[in-house]
Design a protein around this ligand. Structure first.
Ligand code: SAM
Length: 267
């Protein structure tokens, strides 16, 4: 594990109880196995369905699974899901929720850059969701692992906060740049438990994808559907729809989600 990933692991282990309380407030973990749409943004679920087709019986891995909404949603659609995360604390919360819901998911603690315990060519689909790549020091290492783990013809689909949203100060209504787009970090956090974060550009992510041998299938750049993105909530409904108008909130004129689908070559 790289030094920065080890720091981030400690941060996420310490943050797991607070994150659990936060996600108990929106309560989506209790319903996304029956209603998968809200577990995804950026048309990622639509993309998965159009590329992979039915998920029943498919072997699926979610990397950096965090709140596990995507893992629960995919399990609810019939996939055999392996959920991996670097943080034992995050996985423990997800495991206890899965057991309450009767979901049969394999939970594996692992750095996404070194998924050594998972065998080659064991998945039809691998996913990562919003707020994953910011924790990753070398996206190429993760994408090499994704390539190794996919069966020939298998798909990797991720969506994340669009890199064009990263350089701005965290406010709406004004557009003050905090740092240039190309300042990808590492950025340290100011909290009690230090983190090491990265703000990868679109080129950084797509070049790492190309290096891995995966072939780009689709790239989607989408706006926020709900003003909650601008209000700082991930799932609770927003209450300021005017923030979706770029004339009120100029950052709304840039894409909010980057969704990428790639495929491993057929044998
Ligand atoms: C903000 S969450 C994003 C994932 C998910 N979309 C969510 O909202 O919970 C970040 C997750 O990535 C995990 N993580 C951070 N670094 C990782 C790494 N190197 N390998 C695997 N997981 C990692 C953290 O433990 C945390 O659960």
């Amino acid at each position: 594990m790289t030094g920065s990933h080890e720091k981030n692991r400690r941060y996420w282990d310490a943050s797991a109880p607070g994150w659990e309380r936060l996600r108990d407030r929106d309560g989506l973990w209790q319903t996304c196995h029956e209603n998968p749409e809200p577990a995804f943004e950026g048309r990622a679920l639509e993309t998965i369905r159009s590329l992979v087709g039915g998920l029943a019986g498919k072997d699926v891995c979610v990397i950096g699974s965090g709140d596990n909404y995507a893992a629960f949603a995919l399990a609810g659609l019939g996939a055999k899901v392996t959920s991996t995360d670097i943080s034992r604390g995050q996985l423990a919360v997800a495991e206890s929720r899965a057991s309450l819901l009767g979901l049969d998911i394999d939970f594996v603690r692992s750095d996404a850059a070194h998924l050594d315990s998972l065998p080659d060519q064991s998945f039809d689909l691998i996913c990562s969701t919003n707020g994953f790549f910011t924790w990753i020091a070398e996206p190429a290492l993760v994408l090499a692992e994704v390539h190794r783990l996919l069966r020939p013809g298998g798909f990797y689909v991720f969506y994340d906060v669009h890199p064009f949203q990263r350089p701005w100060q965290d406010q709406v209504g004004e557009t003050r740049m905090d740092k240039p787009y190309w300042d990808t970090g590492p950025h340290g956090s100011k909290g009690d438990i230090p983190t090491v974060e990265f703000e990868w550009t679109v080129a950084d992510l797509l070049n790492a994808l190309a290096e891995s041998g995966l072939r780009l299938k689709t790239i989607i750049e989408s706006p926020a559907k709900d003003s909650r993105f601008w209000e700082g909530h991930s799932y609770e409904p927003g209450s300021h729809p005017e923030l979706l108008d770029w004339k009120v909130n100029p950052r709304a004129g840039l894409p909010v989600w980057l969704t990428v689908a790639a495929q491993k070559a057929e044998a």
